[in-house]
Design a protein. Sequence first.
Length: 94
Amino acid sequence: MQSTEVIEVIVPEPPMGCSLALSDRGALCTVEAVQPASRAAGAGVLAGDVLLTANGQAPPIESGSCALVDFFRKLRYPLRLAFARRAKDARFGD
């Protein structure tokens, strides 16, 4: 059984070092890839994490990829990012 945990990270300056994309028919903003030794990797971001907020704001997932690009262009560093991540249920030691 899996649960979801929230991971909060701070990326102090660009480049972030990961790529994000809309997935699940545009319902989620998901990390597609993280560059090794990047700021995102150092902050603990993993491929498959789902972005919940960036600097306290939810990404505009319902508006499409162009709105998502504009959203990130307007953000200022340091980035305070909150991600949802699937976690194994510790009760079973998985």
